[in-house]
Design a protein around this ligand. Structure first.
Ligand SMILES: [Cu+2]
Length: 332
């Protein structure tokens, strides 16, 4: 369990929430869990009672016929009614409210997401707001979405692999499609999840909380680990949050990681211990990520993209700068 918590840095319950619509989903998850717990306990007790009470034993024959008690019938009807309420009264309104209200085209950031085994490709229309044409015949390692460069609309388009930049406080409208098999686009911290199906383009939309820029989230996930408890497998996803000093010598600079693999990590931690460092102050390099939630092949586990969230001004700056010098980043 500790290993699990250390590896997620998201805590024991649902991950932190950074989108505007996610509160109602969390409420539903909470209600379902409490309800399941409430019916699990009495039913487990009743199950054990039946096993004991109706078993064959000296002087008593096992009972094979179902019991016909009114209490159990009422309990079953009560559970069915509550489950209908969960579906009709809670779940469907949340879904309907979400699905019936896509953001208006002039107010949203529209993007294309093209999934493939095993990476996420992001296509931005650039400052002109027009997506360049794509053709499957043009797809190559350096052009993963097959963007047609002879199309004038593609001149300022931006394509990124496993790197997704998003603005906060502005509706985001993603058009999801896949080049090969079924994937599932999932941002756990935004409560966004949608299957991605080849041959179809499925839209999904959400708005990121105003204060949820990557730069402001990262320090919130700061953790302090005493050196005697610091093991590489627990800290490998984290980086130094501050300059670590021993007698004015910087032994681990802010932003440095704890070694790329087990051997290097062990060595580094040993060195730090020898130098007399007593604790590590760490934070995730990037707290937000997109994962694939559909088992899509043998490297499904590494189908992850980093999400960087920016203020409106920073995002506009990124968009303008990136569209001027189109560069393909394929190994993020
Ligand atoms: Cu996948």
């Amino acid at each position: 369990m500790n290993l699990l918590l250390a590896s997620t840095h998201y805590g024991a319950w649902t991950p932190p929430l950074y989108s505007q619509h996610g509160g109602s989903i969390d409420k539903l998850i909470d209600v379902v869990h409490v309800f399941m717990f409430v019916i699990f306990i009495p039913w487990a007790i009743f199950f054990v009672y039946c096993l004991m009470n109706f078993r064959a034993r000296p002087g008593h024959k096992a009972t094979y016929t179902p019991i016909k008690a009114k209490v159990s019938k009422y309990a079953e009807v009560g559970v069915a009614i509550f489950e209908a309420f969960l579906l009709l009264g809670m779940s469907m309104p949340v879904w309907a409210d979400y699905k019936n209200n896509p953001p208006a085209p002039d107010q949203r950031l529209e993007m294309r997401v093209v999934a493939e085994q095993f990476q996420w490709n992001f296509h931005y229309s650039g400052p002109d707001g027009k997506f360049g044409a794509t053709r499957s015949s043009l797809i190559s390692a350096s052009n993963p979405i097959g963007l047609a460069e002879d199309d004038p609309a593609s001149k300022d388009d931006i394509v990124r692999v496993n790197e997704c930049h998003l603005p906060v406080d502005k509706p985001i409208y993603l058009r999801l499609t896949s080049k090969d098999v079924i994937h599932s686009f999932d941002i756990p911290t935004m409560r966004v999840k949608q299957d991605v199906i080849p041959g179809m383009e499925i839209p999904i939309w959400f708005t990121i909380d105003k204060n949820a820029t990557t730069d402001s989230i990262r320090p919130q996930m700061k953790t302090v680990v005493p050196m005697d408890k610091a093991e590489w497998y627990k800290v490998r996803h984290l980086v130094a949050a501050v300059d670590h000093k021993v007698k004015d010598e910087v032994v681990l600079a802010k932003g440095a990681d704890l070694g790329a693999d087990l051997t290097k990590g062990k060595e580094l931690l040993e060195q730090l211990r020898k130098k007399g460092l007593t604790e590590l102050t760490l934070e995730p390099r990037n707290p937000l990520e997109i994962v694939c939630a559909q088992l899509c092949g043998n490297s499904h586990f590494k189908m992850k993209a980093q999400v960087m969230t920016h203020t409106a001004e920073d995002f506009a700056k990124w968009l303008t700068e990136s569209s001027k010098k189109p560069e393909m980043q394929t190994d993020f």
